[in-house]
Ligand binder design. Structure first.
Ligand SMILES: Nc1ncnc2c1ncn2[C@@H]1O[C@H](COP(=O)(O)OP(=O)(O)OP(=O)(O)O)[C@@H](O)[C@H]1O
Ligand SMILES: [Mg+2]
Length: 325
């Protein structure tokens, strides 16, 4: 039985008519990234706020490193740090000034505060921007300074609430690298996200939450084997070849092929039996068959299932409904 960083049982938070968190059961092992995957309104931020002692649960129990989040809130608070969905550094100050000020507030003397700030700015690729006001930072730089601010004192547990939402792929990669650095230094990370790919890249285990409850839990591999490994997207040179392409793909992949609204595009869902390598192999076989059949392909990609596809597979309703609920 590995050490648990977080354990919740039947955790509940109600806002008026909304059961934002509705009987949440989580077991988060220490020392790794744990992904909480869910659409808008699933209850991710509410759950994180209760675990970080910022919000009082209406029911159930939650412990962080064995300490109850209500009865032992101080013990929990001293061990955790939260980087919110909405960042909290001061826009008017420079990156360096923010970190130095926060380090001073945490009780570091001035030289130590400067040193820690410089260390983090360097590690997070922000040395050059250190002297610029945060309001001039790009979205990606902004997330990085925010994460830096939350680990000035290395927390035992770091909550990262949708750290990459709205970032471009390059900034997203930079944030992922930072998360890996943080975990390598011994911090447990609870990461909420709307992207399966992100949870897959970073997390050892993932909980999928829907309407305040866990609807699936496991390693990324286990999750993907239950929802399918992804989809092959093909764009043809000539729309007239689509019926042939549909037949070839159906045979090669032994999967259902969908005709997209775009007359030159097709999508085939593949299982890969939950293994990335098998999915890639299936996809390249499909591409070879199309070439053999003389069908010209302009564009071809193998993508992971989207959150919508995960939700369709697990709940028989798309994630988008949640936002409206
Ligand atoms: N302070 C509040 N007062 C009333 N309702 C709230 C409050 N906070 C959250 N809710 C509601 O609780 C539900 C869960 O919200 P929460 O912010 O936890 O979701 P989320 O998973 O973080 O979503 P997102 O991906 O959009 O950040 C939503 O229906 C939301 O409208
Ligand atoms: Mg949220």
């Amino acid at each position: 039985m590995p050490d648990l960083a977080i354990q919740t049982s039947g955790l509940v938070k109600v806002f008026g008519e909304t059961r934002a968190v509705d009987g949440l059961d989580l077991q988060v092992p220490a020392g790794a990234v744990y992904g909480v995957l869910g659409p808008n309104g699933a209850g991710k931020t509410t759950a994180v706020r209760m675990l970080a002692t910022l919000l009082r649960p209406d029911g159930g129990e939650a412990t962080v490193f064995g300490h109850d989040v209500v009865r032992e809130a101080d013990a929990v608070r001293s061990r955790v740090s939260l980087t919110g969905q909405y960042a909290s550094v001061d826009e008017e100050m420079t990156g360096a000034e923010n970190l130095i000020l926060l380090a001073r507030l945490l009780g570091h003397r001035k030289p130590a505060a400067r040193e820690r700030a410089a260390q983090l700015l360097e590690a997070f690729g922000l040395s050059e921007a250190a002297g610029r006001q945060v309001k001039t930072y790009s979205g990606g730089m902004r997330r990085r300074i925010d994460i830096a601010a939350s680990i000035l004192n290395t927390p035992e547990l770091l909550f990262l609430d949708e750290p990459t939402t709205g970032l471009d792929p390059r900034s997203r990669n930079q944030v992922w690298d930072i998360v890996r650095i943080v975990v390598a230094h011994g911090t447990t990370v609870l990461l909420t996200t709307q992207y399966l790919e992100e949870a897959d890249r970073l997390a050892g285990r993932i909980a999928v939450i829907d309407r305040g409850k866990v609807i699936a839990e496991g390693t990324p591999g286990e999750l993907k084997s239950s929802v399918g490994a992804g989809a092959v997207h093909v764009r043809l040179r000539d729309a007239a070849t689509r019926p042939d392409a549909e037949r070839v793909l159906t045979e090669a992949l032994d999967a259902t092929v969908y005709l997209d609204a775009d007359p030159v595009a097709l999508t085939a869902r593949i299982t890969g039996n939950g293994r990335e390598a098998a999915a890639a192999e299936q996809a390249s076989r499909a591409l070879a068959r199309l070439a053999e059949a003389g069908i010209v392909v302009d564009d071809f990609s193998l993508g992971q299932p989207s959150l919508d596809e995960v939700f369709l597979a697990l709940t028989d309703h798309p994630a988008a409904e949640e936002a409206a609920a």
